[in-house]
Design a protein around this ligand. Structure first.
Ligand code: BGC
Length: 445
């Protein structure tokens, strides 16, 4: 249900007035309200990695290339000032491995110094730093020697991690070793969509296991080198966790299949890296409806636009209760949970505002029900390079004009700022934005 113009004006006025509301769905004290980015998606000119090479072959939609991206490499300071103005108190970013180690065991100290400046800038603005060490991209020299398939991959990754601990360790509040290992492995090694475009379940298995070993080595190194006295580093990985539902509740076969998929997709990497997490990084985007127990039904990035359910511009279902379900499920590990990514690609920004309020509201309920959620990072601070979709998907709180690099703060960013300022959801947002149920708008079956 669209909101009327009159209501829109009232909402805008409230947002601009930065009004305080007495009635707020309050979040716990010290809750982190941030947003996420990753190096290749925003920095620009990451010329030494496998994605850059892949793009030059014209494989992304409309043959696009990442090019200068959002030029965040040069504009990080102004971008962090925006995040601060938008009331955020944390930021998740990634280090581009191919910048700091452009050749095997050759370190570019200028780039290392660059990331020191980046992290200092974030800290200066009161943003806690959450740093991802591997966000899908690999240096070409690593790929050429076998990438994540080679036996030595975990140790090779560890030597990069050791350098980062030594030179940046004092500036990092949260370490995310690897972003979405299962998405990386399945997109690159089963679906064959991302580099290195292979289609082999055996290789996928090897990649996942090597990444798990790499996580364990990184976890241990970070603790060995940084823990002292009362200080303990905080290390995790970002797990892409999906919620599942079966159409036919009476089919035992479908139910068993769903349980199997859930076990592999959501929990396998947790098991492979058991006892090596200080928190759970949870990226939530997908709700899958399993029609028949067939592997093809759980392919990634299933486009449900034809089903007439409400979905984002890229065809992903909007289903707020899903985040409640996965958070409750992941609570069983009894570790602090940070939503390291959650976001929507839409041109129509009012839909992003509704998305944020509805998903954060579900988190509020999960916390009330006992889930140890400690932070939420919206994906993404800026419009960015969305992998094979190029610049066609707009996830940002801040609009980026890729020709001029002009930043324009979207209204949804103000809605999110309102939540961060109030450390919860003020009732005026519920009144103007939050009462629309986004999931289940039209049901086909
Ligand atoms: C990835 C991001 C990506 C986002 C939206 C996540 O799986 O970590 O890099 O941009 O999804 O597709």
């Amino acid at each position: 249900m669209p909101i009327s113009n009159n209501k829109k004006d009232k909402l805008r006025k409230l947002l601009l007035e930065e009004s305080q509301d007495e009635a707020v769905l309050k979040f716990p004290p010290n809750f982190l309200w941030g947003s996420s980015t990753s190096s290749h998606q925003v920095e620009g000119n990451n010329i030494n990695n496998d994605w850059w090479a892949w793009e030059q072959e014209g494989l992304a939609d409309d043959h696009q290339v990442s090019g200068v991206a959002a030029d965040h490499y040069n504009r990080y300071d102004a971008d962090f000032s925006l995040a601060k103005e938008l009331q955020q108190n944390a930021h998740r970013l990634s280090i581009e491995w191919s910048r700091v180690e452009p050749e095997d065991n050759e370190w570019n100290m200028k780039e290392v110094e660059h990331y020191r400046k980046v992290l200092l800038s974030a800290r200066d603005k009161g943003l806690k730093t959450m740093v991802t060490l591997h966000h899908f991209t690999n240096p070409m020299w690593f790929v050429n020697s076998g990438g994540w398939l080679q036996k030595e991959a975990p140790e090779i990754f560890q030597s990069y991690v050791l350098m980062m601990i030594k030179h940046l360790g004092d500036l990092i509040d949260f370490w995310v070793t690897i972003n979405e290992p299962l998405v990386y492995a399945s997109q690159g090694y089963i679906a064959g969509v991302w580099p290195p475009q292979m289609k082999s379940p055996i290789k996928t298995n090897r990649v996942v296991r090597n990444m798990a070993k790499a996580h364990i080595l990184a976890y241990r190194s970070i603790h060995n080198l940084l823990d002292k006295d009362k200080f303990k580093a905080k290390v995790g990985f970002a797990n892409n966790v999906s919620s599942y539902q079966i159409y036919n509740k009476h089919s035992f076969k479908d139910y068993a299949f769903m349980q199997g998929v859930d076990m592999v997709w959501n929990h396998w990497f947790m098991h492979l890296t058991k006892n090596c997490h200080d928190f759970i990084g949870l990226n939530y985007y997908f709700h899958y409806r399993i029609a028949k127990a067939r592997f093809s039904q759980v392919q990634f990035f299933t486009d449900i636009r034809k089903e007439r359910r409400e979905s984002s511009d890229v065809g992903w279902e909007i289903y707020p209760p899903g985040i409640f379900d996965v958070v409750m499920d992941m609570s069983k590990y009894k570790l602090p949970i940070y939503i390291t990514e959650n976001g929507i690609a839409v041109e129509k920004d009012s839909r992003r505002s509704r998305f944020i309020v509805s998903y954060v509201k579900e988190l509020y309920h999960a916390i009330q029900a006992g889930a140890p959620v400690k932070g939420y990072f919206y994906w993404s601070l800026l419009d960015n390079w969305e992998w094979e979709k190029g610049y066609n998907a707009r996830f940002g709180l801040v609009d980026v004009d890729f020709k001029t690099q002009k930043r324009t703060v979207r209204e949804s960013a103000l809605v999110y700022a309102d939540i961060a300022r109030n450390n919860g959801i003020p009732h005026h947002l519920l009144k103007f934005v939050g009462h629309v149920t986004l999931g289940e708008i039209t049901v086909k079956d």
